[in-house]
Ligand binder design. Sequence first.
Ligand SMILES: NC(=O)c1ccc[n+]([C@@H]2O[C@H](COP(=O)([O-])OP(=O)(O)OC[C@H]3O[C@@H](n4cnc5c(N)ncnc54)[C@H](O)[C@@H]3O)[C@@H](O)[C@H]2O)c1
Length: 250
Amino acid sequence: MARFDGKVALITGGASGMGRATCVRLTSEGCRVFALDINPSGLEETAAIVKDAGGTIETRACDVSSRAECFEAVDACVATFGRLDVLANVAGVLRLVHSLEMTEEDWNMVLGVNLSGPFFLSQAALPHLFETGGNIVNVASNAGFMGQSYAAAYCSSKAGIINLTRALAVEFFKKDIRVNAVAPGGTETQMMRGVSVPKDADVRLMLRATVPRPASPPEDIAAAIAYLASDDAKSIHGAILSVDNGMTAG
Ligand SMILES: NC(=O)c1ccc[n+]([C@@H]2O[C@H](COP(=O)([O-])OP(=O)(O)OC[C@H]3O[C@@H](n4cnc5c(N)ncnc54)[C@H](O)[C@@H]3O)[C@@H](O)[C@H]2O)c1
């Protein structure tokens, strides 16, 4: 019996990186997955990978910063699969800019995708998760525990999702529900490969957010998400699991 046989997960950021790896991991363990992203072609690629391996996946274009789209997506997931057991909030965006030059639009976009989206999806998903004894796994970051130069919006959003995780955990103590987060460090995904450093950035200020170890493959983060989402973690509630090669160890 696989850990997720009979279960359904809604996974954001499913077009790429950790979100794709989580779709692959959970479906390999028997889960049916409903994947969201703003990138439809990336979702198609993920769906092809999962289906080639014999997994079950449906996809939907969704901008998670839109509350209305989040609620519609949860409705569509439950209409498709009849239940919801796991919400994995993986989608995220990173902008490195000098704080004095950050635009209102970029600030709102980063907070909207990284923090508001997971909250809106939680609002929509929780009534269904109460029915199944399900759980939420958020993706935070080492940047939620430490200051990183040129990343004020990103750090704020990731610190926010850490305490959003804890706040929901204590608010729903009396429900059959778990809420946890993973906090990755440097991970080999498009976010890391494609990040642009601001002009005139002081590289010495950025070195604090590095460790003398290779970056993690996204599959390692997916394994941690799968663990927290599974019954193996049934006593874990309100926890933030660092998967950062020791970056926040000291
Ligand atoms: N890569 C790293 O080093 C690293 C480190 C710590 C935390 N994280 C976090 O991990 C998570 C996954 O990122 P990744 O590294 O796999 O990056 P990624 O860029 O490969 O994947 C992010 C996904 O989010 C999607 N997305 C962006 N805006 C969206 C929106 N408005 N609505 C729906 N989907 C949207 C993108 O299209 C993309 O598919 C993010 O929350 C990120 O902040 C990444």
